[in-house]
Design a protein around this ligand. Structure first.
Ligand code: FAD
Length: 486
């Protein structure tokens, strides 16, 4: 350990119990990457905070020494956001997992950042309420990570992304000051600093408390599965459903490779294996509202030559239909050792055309490509399965990934719908923002974190450009034990 870090470890042990400051290389290895394993960095150490007061003191240690830190929730991120760059320390918030208040009257909950997403929903369900954002990783991912990434999920099509459901935040700024933005209903409104922090990917400080909006649970939920002879047909059916004025709660597509992986796994959902794609459709509302919309949904699917249309008759059947979608990424784990989940967005009207282009890109690079995505939002998730121990295959996967994201941008879309930019896509930022835009964004960050100590080397391009980024990806492919940013 380098001298400054040994000094920091000593300082941290003054504010945390000894066993919650990790410096052993074996233990640190667990913190090298998030769910996107091609990007890795070795942290200088890890601080596990269990109270908000500890979190404040820990950030102050880094602020005084100007050593970088990165917050970490469950580490399910898929853009390299929680990867320690520049030898950063990791602040692990998983022990900060108390639900501090549930207010059914004003419909909000106050939680610590390490609370798991699904646990919020479970805690408020007895009050007839729900926390709407439901990432497919919701059994594991934390509210702090969701806020940092502005997470989405199948039902965000109707209810909106995380930012729509965060009323207030308490944050430790990179200089150690504690700031509160927003709060429960009735809190006087000011400038929307809350909005700035949601989706900032941990680059503006550490969230230590969040006030979340709750909504009533729907009177009725109805789930259907339409299967199609082509992936393009499923995409066009989505456009038709929306054009018909129907607004389901969720519209999720799974393609043939995904269906096969699901059906061969413990997540088996009874999806028709002869289909090229299935579309999972969920409606929420009164029985009358649902009944009124169903004919338009059926007609939209029929117009794209659907093969079959199945309606869940009860909650068990509904859970079965969702099991395949929620377990899709896990099922794909069976296909190979590593999985690169992309996260591009395209205008809905161009979804079918872009998907075709993506399939062609995958074929040309000779990579295994499966698609499972939030079709209602035009949020595509091409999944590339590969063997990360094979440098040549990894190089092809990363090249295909870059080309796919470029195709999304070229179609009038953007780089991320919900996983964030992180380390993965930072070099691609100039594809969507010009120099002035990027300079403004950097200036905001510099005003709050002038020494770049909170999650350095994320979001903003390194300045080395895409060619160098490509070379760097190739180096990652070789899995060199290289520390990011050094
Ligand atoms: C199987 C699977 C399915 C997924 N499905 C979805 C999906 O449907 N929708 C979706 O949006 N995402 C999805 N994801 C991606 C991931 O789960 C989300 O990005 C999630 O929000 C990350 O939460 P986390 O707790 O794991 O955060 P981490 O991975 O630990 O961190 C993510 C980022 O948040 C920052 N951060 C974490 N905690 C804090 C804090 N307290 N203060 C400040 N910054 C913090 C980190 O520094 C990092 O930049 C999926 C991932 C997997 C593996």
């Amino acid at each position: 350990m380098r001298d400054p870090d040994a000094r920091i470890a000593r300082e941290l042990r003054r504010v945390l119990p000894r066993e919650r400051v990790l410096t052993d290389r074996g233990e640190l290895a667990l913190y090298a990457s998030d769910g996107l394993t091609v990007h890795r960095g070795e942290p200088a150490g890890v601080a596990l905070v269990a109270t908000r007061a500890e979190a404040v003191e820990v950030v102050r240690v880094f602020a005084r020494s100007r050593r970088p830190f990165v917050a970490r929730g469950a580490g399910t991120g898929l853009s390299g956001g929680a990867v320690p760059a520049r030898g950063a320390w990791v602040v692990d918030v998983n022990l900060l997992r108390r639900i501090l208040e549930v207010n059914a009257l004003d419909r909000y909950a106050v939680v610590e950042p390490g609370v798991v997403n699904l646990d919020v929903d479970r805690a408020v369900a007895p009050h007839g309420l729900r926390y709407a954002p439901d990432p497919s990783s919701q059994r594991a991912c934390t509210i702090g990570g969701n806020i940092a990434e502005n997470a989405g999920g199948p039902h965000c099509f109707l209810h909106g992304m995380t930012t729509r459901h965060v009323l207030g935040l308490t944050v430790v700024l990179p200089d150690g000051e504690v700031a509160r933005f927003g709060g429960p209903p009735g809190t006087p409104a000011g400038d929307d600093w809350r909005g700035l922090f949601v989706g900032a990917e941990g680059t503006l400080g550490l969230t230590i408390e969040a006030t979340l909006a709750l909504i009533p649970r729907p009177e009725r939920v109805h789930t259907c599965l339409a299967s199609f002879p082509s992936l393009g047909g499923a995409c066009r059916a989505v456009a038709r459903i929306i054009a018909a004025g129907v607004r389901p709660a969720a519209l999720e597509i799974l393609d043939r490779l995904t269906i096969r992986a699901v059906e061969a796994s413990v997540f088996r959902a009874g999806y028709p294996e002869r289909a090229e794609a299935v579309l999972l459709i969920e409606e929420e509302g009164s029985p009358q509202e649902i009944a009124a919309e169903l004919p338009a949904i059926r007609a939209a699917c029929a117009a794209e030559r659907m093969l079959a249309f199945e309606e869940a008759a009860n909650e068990d059947e509904r859970q079965r239909l969702w099991r395949g979608r929620k377990g899709a990424f896990g099922a794909m784990g069976r296909l190979n050792t590593d999985l690169y989940v992309l996260d591009g967005v395209v205008p809905r009207r161009r979804m079918a055309e872009v998907i075709e282009r993506i399939v062609e890109i995958g074929r040309r690079h000779g990579v295994s490509l499966a698609n499972v995505f939030h079709a209602g939002d035009g949020n595509l998730h091409p999944n590339l399965s590969f063997d990360g121990r094979d440098p040549e295959e990894t190089r092809r996967v990363l090249a295909a990934g870059a080309e796919i994201l470029r195709a999304c941008v070229d179609a009038g879309g953007t780089l991320s719908g919900e996983h964030g930019i992180g380390f993965e896509k930072r070099e691609y930022m100039p594809w969507v923002f010009d120099e002035d835009d990027l300079a403004t964004q950097r200036a905001v960050r510099a005003a709050i974190d002038p020494h770049e100590i909170s999650n350095p080397e994320k979001i903003f391009p390194s300045g080395r450009g895409c060619v160098e980024a490509g070379r760097r990806d190739a180096r990652h492919a070789a899995r060199a034990e290289r520390v990011i940013g050094e």
